[in-house]
Design a protein around this ligand. Structure first.
Ligand SMILES: Cc1cc2nc3c(=O)[nH]c(=O)nc-3n(C[C@H](O)[C@H](O)[C@H](O)COP(=O)(O)OP(=O)(O)OC[C@H]3O[C@@H](n4cnc5c(N)ncnc54)[C@H](O)[C@@H]3O)c2cc1C
Length: 394
């Protein structure tokens, strides 16, 4: 069997690894000209951490742990109003937890497959035709090829989904907010803390980046659903949306790099009744984006890839494999989407009164007795059955 994977992100690379491990050939096409650079941080735990352990890549990840000692909710003067201490975080997650740059994880996954799997950077699918016995794919580079199956692991704005299932608007649930992220030099002394500052309709977050003396800035603001913002317009849009904001926001905006280095996207979930059609299936954000508010997108992308590879290797045909994969993964994703949705409603209050309520809630839930409440929202043990002894290296 020969599988085409669209997207060399977390889900695509993990799938390529596990297919190879199960003796199935794959080819990966990635739109970007090379592995991605820069980016944002992710909390890595639960099922994704379990899958990474089975791949034997933890040694490659742990030295790059982001040095986040605590999460602080600050006021305009930078004074802490509430704090999520490492001890409380441990009670919430109750298992291994590794804050990482998204690119660190992607880099480790790429290293794990690079010599074993054909990866074509700077390539993308342009046309898909399911003939019933194969999938014929036309590429943006001009070539055409036949594969047994196609898996879209091409993220929230999946091209595979658009070509095979329909327009993004049918499946994307916009949460009324946009996020932007970029690196800055830490001239503020926030060092080993993740700090959140909220005003009506907007929020500023800083946390340690992948290199010493660097911070990642995350800006969240209310915004109706709209097209992607061209990179050159991003700095101006951020300046307009955060005009007059307090705390260290003006300096963070002054320190913003050129638009091409600013990540920006809508905060949205992907909700689909079925994740497969004929010889095509979706995995990761393409079919089940939960948003950063679940803090488990990476984890579910890796879990989905693992479960899909296992199903393809053990089921008699792709129909039953896709069905089993969806049956196993979709309830896990839906539960996390519901939790993230609840959280989204409280994230950016629009009024001062709403802000006061949020601040009180933060103070309350960061107390020890409320750890079980946070655990219900964010905690996640691996849902995979225990692995046989030792890493299942490919
Ligand atoms: C600011 C932020 C913070 C987050 N925090 C966390 C967190 O703390 N914990 C967590 O677990 N998750 C977090 N997430 C979510 C997590 O990053 C995603 O859920 C995860 O990356 C999804 O993986 P994926 O492989 O499905 O998609 P992606 O990582 O988006 O990868 C998709 C890949 O497909 C490629 N691609 C796109 N279109 C095409 C095309 N047409 N042809 C070929 N290739 C294409 C892209 O270039 C990319 O390489 C966060 C997300 C954001 C934005």
């Amino acid at each position: 069997m020969r599988v085409l994977i669209s997207g060399a992100g977390i889900a695509g690379l993990t799938l390529a690894y596990w297919l190879r491990h199960r003796g199935i050939e794959s080819v990966v096409v990635e739109r970007a000209p090379h592995g991605r650079l820069g980016g944002y941080g992710v909390d890595f735990f639960g099922t994704g951490y379990d899958v990474a352990t089975r791949m034997g890549i933890l040694d490659r990840l742990t030295p790059h742990r982001l040095p986040v000692d605590a999460v602080e909710f600050v006021d305009a003067s930078g004074s802490s109003q509430a704090s999520l201490t490492p001890e409380l975080l441990e009670r919430v997650i109750r298992g291994p937890h590794l804050p990482l740059m998204h690119t660190t994880l992607e880099g480790a996954l790429l290293d794990a497959v690079a010599t074993e799997v054909e990866i074509r950077f700077g390539e993308s699918i342009a046309e898909v035709r399911d003939t019933g016995t194969a999938v014929e794919v036309g590429f943006t580079g001009g070539g055409r090829e036949r594969f047994d199956l196609l898996v879209g692991a091409d993220g929230i704005h999946s091209r595979t989904r658009e070509l095979v299932f329909g327009h993004e608007r049918r499946f994307v649930r916009h949460l009324g907010c946009r996020l932007a992220s970029y690196p800055v030099t830490d001239r503020y002394g926030w060092g080993r803390v993740r700090a959140h500052y909220t005003e009506p309709g907007r929020q500023v977050v800083v946390y340690p980046g992948g290199e010493p003396g660097r911070l990642v800035t995350l800006l969240l603001f209310r915004s109706p659903y709209g097209e992607s913002v061209p990179r050159e317009r991003r700095p101006d849009l951020l300046r307009a949306r955060f005009d007059g904001a307090g705390w260290i926001t003006p300096s963070l905006l002054d320190d913003a790099p050129e638009g091409k280095s600013i990540f920006m996207d809508a905060m949205a979930q992907v909700v689909m009744p079925t994740w497969h059609r004929g010889r095509v299936a979706l995995v990761g954000d393409a079919c089940g984006c939960m948003t950063m508010l679940s803090a488990q997108g990476v984890s579910m992308a890796m879990a989905g890839a693992y479960v899909l590879a296992e199903a393809l290797a053990s089921e008699p045909g792709h129909e039953s494999a896709f069905a089993r994969y969806q049956e196993r993964m979709r309830p896990q994703v839906r539960r996390r989407q519901r939790n993230a949705l609840l959280f989204a409603r409280m994230l950016l209050p629009v009024t001062r009164a709403g802000l006061t309520t949020q601040s009180l809630t933060n103070r309350l839930i960061t107390r020890r007795p409320f750890a079980p409440v946070l655990r219900r929202q964010f905690g996640a043990d691996s849902f995979l059955p225990p692995a046989t002894a030792g890493p299942e290296r490919g």
